[in-house]
Write a protein that binds this ligand. Structure first.
Ligand SMILES: C[S@@+](CC[C@H](N)C(=O)[O-])C[C@H]1O[C@@H](n2cnc3c(N)ncnc32)[C@H](O)[C@@H]1O
Length: 294
């Protein structure tokens, strides 16, 4: 079982209140400065996740900070970013609806800031791998930094690669994740990397992209093609005033899923049914052989 005690290099989620919360990597001798005082990293080491600590100097500041173990969603929302990132709700259904889990080999394009890459890398441990590609230098640099920070170097490779043009030389891949402007142009090209029954998922902000991607999946014999949109409404819980919050994220994007299958023509179609035969079973009345029983 994973230890609940904070060690050097662990990530903690330092929470002051609803808005002020930080993802911090614990380094002996370092300090975390906020406008509500200073937290010394050495004071965190040896404490249990879930406890609290007071900022220094105690006389003038002494604010209470909670120390939580970060969830994957905390990494996504609090990591440094250069691009629009995938929201935790969308990352969640990507994992569940593609079967990405321990041991899976996955291709991702583009890596962007590496937010989704971190989630995928975390879930394929201990013996799977994410091969993530992008064409922008800025994205490659930012994603590489975030992957290193999340300690996922052994499970993720970030490389320059144009998913539309380059031959990426993969086979037997379990899943392909596309978050890029023109996913439909990649479908035919990436199909050969996938193993049979492997899945492809594309994240797109507009319906125009979804339609083109769906038609291209159909053209390439993908199976179980569906598109979904997820909306999350947080609840305001108050005595006599419990209802959805006034504000919410109205739209992030649509997800289109499909699976690679073998598509053969039905060899039994078009064969003329044989003439009706009569059989005589001992003691049984003569009967017709039904077409379905042949
Ligand atoms: C919205 S970002 C991806 C964000 C990422 N999913 C995340 O959670 O951080 C889209 C990325 O796709 C990359 N991209 C666009 N066309 C590409 C292509 N043909 N091959 C690989 N990457 C591409 C862009 O450079 C950009 O970094």
């Amino acid at each position: 079982m994973e230890s609940n005690i904070i060690k050097e290099n662990d990530f903690i989620f330092l929470v002051l209140d609803d808005r002020r919360r930080w993802l911090v990597q614990v380094k002996k001798g370092e300090e975390f400065h906020t406008h509500k005082g200073i937290i010394s990293h050495s004071d965190l080491i040896g404490k249990a996740f879930g406890t609290c600590i007071f900022s220094k100097p105690h006389e003038s500041q002494g604010y209470k900070f909670y120390i939580l173990k970060p969830y994957p969603s905390d990494f996504i929302l609090h990591m440094a970013r250069k691009t629009q990132i995938i929201y935790p709700k969308d990352a969640g259904i990507i994992l569940l609806h593609t079967g990405i889990g321990p041991g899976c080999k996955v291709i991702e394009a583009g890596c962007g800031s590496g937010a989704l890459t971190c989630i995928l890398g975390n879930y394929v441990r201990p013996n799977g791998h994410i091969f993530s590609y992008d064409i922008r230098e800025k994205s490659l640099k930012q994603a590489t930094k975030n992957i290193k920070k999340a300690n996922l170097n052994d499970y993720v490779s970030i490389n320059y690669g144009n998913i539309l043009e380059d031959d990426l030389n993969h086979k037997n891949i379990d899943a392909i994740v596309l978050d890029m402007p023109t996913p439909w142009l990649a479908i035919e090209k990436v199909k050969k990397y996938l193993k049979l029954s492997g899945s492809i998922v594309s994240f797109s902000p507009t319906i125009e992209q979804v339609k083109k991607t769906t038609f291209e999946m159909e053209k390439n014999d993908f199976f179980e093609i569906i598109s979904v949109e997820l909306l999350i409404r947080e609840m305001q819980i108050k005595e006599n005033a419990t209802r959805p919050n006034t504000r919410m994220i109205g739209h992030s994007g649509y997800l289109t899923f499909g699976r690679k299958i073998e598509n053969k023509k039905n060899p039994y179609r078009g064969i003329k049914p044989r003439k009706k035969e009569f059989i005589n079973l001992d003691g049984m009345p003569l009967r017709d052989i039904d077409d379905n029983e042949k």
